[in-house]
Design a protein around this ligand. Structure first.
Ligand code: MG
Length: 381
């Protein structure tokens, strides 16, 4: 029986993780769940259904306390960080955004295994997190990183030629002119069902950019050894190319159940976690290079990662603000990455700070968010 803590339980990954628990009651016990608290009914229902002993929320704590008199409710901005350090077998960090960094650090420092779906933890704070991590302490949940991790099993790091991340290409893979893209079009992802921010990040390929930075930290390889390729079917989740010219790929239908189940049940595989590929039907898997002109986010991410220090955190924070501005209709789709690029340029005009601790990350992010909001006001007016 694996004792699991789920941070971000009401989000897309959290809900799917609980489905895996529900399907395998003999394998998992949910000790604690946390959420922002914007959907208190769902959080309460989850706590009741899984007999959770501890719940963490940022808002609506009184409502949740009333509904769950026998449950310990921890509230406030630090609730997930506090709960991530509780003794358990694995913490699933399924929080969206760089606010997931504090809980990531807390889980690692407490010696817990960490199933990591929160890529921003490593994008913004990879230099802080990775030196503390023991072998196999972080279990990747991001499907590409889960794939690479699986493709690395039984091989030597020195034999790796490169990592190849696959990208669906998003809804605009074949669209030449991205100037008139609407919010609904950007939210209609062809193969993956995800939260709104990740979906917009997939449409701009920002998500792939963030994942390249994530891969750099997770697998300790230079950016020159990490590539991305368009694979519209999203069945090959990523690949590792070795020095002998052999490429090992991991393939399964596009859903997150497989990666989540592998991470929370490591080193075991969970029977039936996801439906396998149906070989009785004809199918085609295609691959194509990324058009860097239409999707500049990938090269920009690589650049920020290569410069390092606080620049990836700045890059990510700026993107979070710009995506929110796109969702509320303040700026156009094709202004998202160009606005992020302008912010990155602003910082590169000065000295880019290094990050010593979590408060450094928070401070630089706040600064980047302010500068981005200011720039958006200018762009939008
Ligand atoms: Mg991914």
């Amino acid at each position: 029986m694996r004792k699991v803590i789920i941070l971000g339980s009401t989000g897309s990954i959290g809900v799917q993780a609980l489905e895996i628990v529900e399907a395998n009651p003999e394998l998992f016990e949910v000790l604690a769940i946390t959420a922002a608290g914007s959907d208190p009914e769902l959080l309460i229902a989850q706590a009741n259904k899984y007999g959770v002993k501890t719940v963490g929320v940022v808002k609506n704590a009184d409502l949740i306390r009333q509904a769950l008199p026998d449950v310990t409710v921890i509230d406030g901005a630090e609730a997930s960080t506090e709960i991530a350090a509780l003794k358990c077998d694995v913490v699933l960090n399924a929080i969206t955004g760089s606010i997931g960094l504090g809980p990531t650090l807390a889980a690692i420092k407490a010696g817990n295994q960490l199933a990591l779906a929160n890529k921003e933890s490593l994008v913004a704070g990879g230099d802080l997190v990775m030196p503390l991590v023991k072998p196999n302490q972080i279990l990747p949940v991001d499907s590409e990183h889960s794939a690479i991790w699986q493709c690395l099993q039984g091989n030597h790091a020195t034999d790796i030629s490169k990592l190849v991340l696959t990208a669906s290409g998003g809804p605009f893979r074949d669209r030449e002119d991205l100037s008139g893209v609407t919010l609904d079009e950007a939210l209609a992802h062809p193969t993956w069902s995800m939260g709104p921010v990740v979906t917009i990040n997939s449409a701009t390929l920002m998500n792939k950019g963030l994942e390249i930075i994530e891969a750099h930290h997770l697998f300790n390889l230079p950016y020159s050894q990490i590539e991305a390729v368009i694979h519209p079917q999203s069945i090959v989740h990523s690949m590792v190319e070795y020095k002998d010219g052999s490429t090992i790929a991991q393939a399964s239908p596009p859903n997150m159940m497989g990666p989540i189940a592998l991470a929370i049940n490591y080193p075991h595989r969970t029977a039936g976690a996801t439906a396998p590929i149906d070989w009785s039907k004809s199918s085609t898997w295609s691959f194509a290079p990324i058009d860097a002109k239409r999707f500049p986010a990938v090269d920009l991410a690589r650049h920020c990662g290569h410069i390092g220090g606080a620049l990836p955190a700045i890059f990510n924070a700026a993107n979070e603000v710009v995506v929110a501005a796109f969702i509320t209709g303040k700026i156009a789709f094709n202004e998202i990455i160009s606005t992020v690029a302008k912010i990155v340029e602003q910082y590169e005009g000065g000295t880019i700070p290094t990050l010593r601790d979590l408060s450094d990350v928070s401070a630089i992010e706040e600064d980047a968010r302010k500068k981005t909001s200011l720039l958006i006001t200018k762009v939008a007016s």
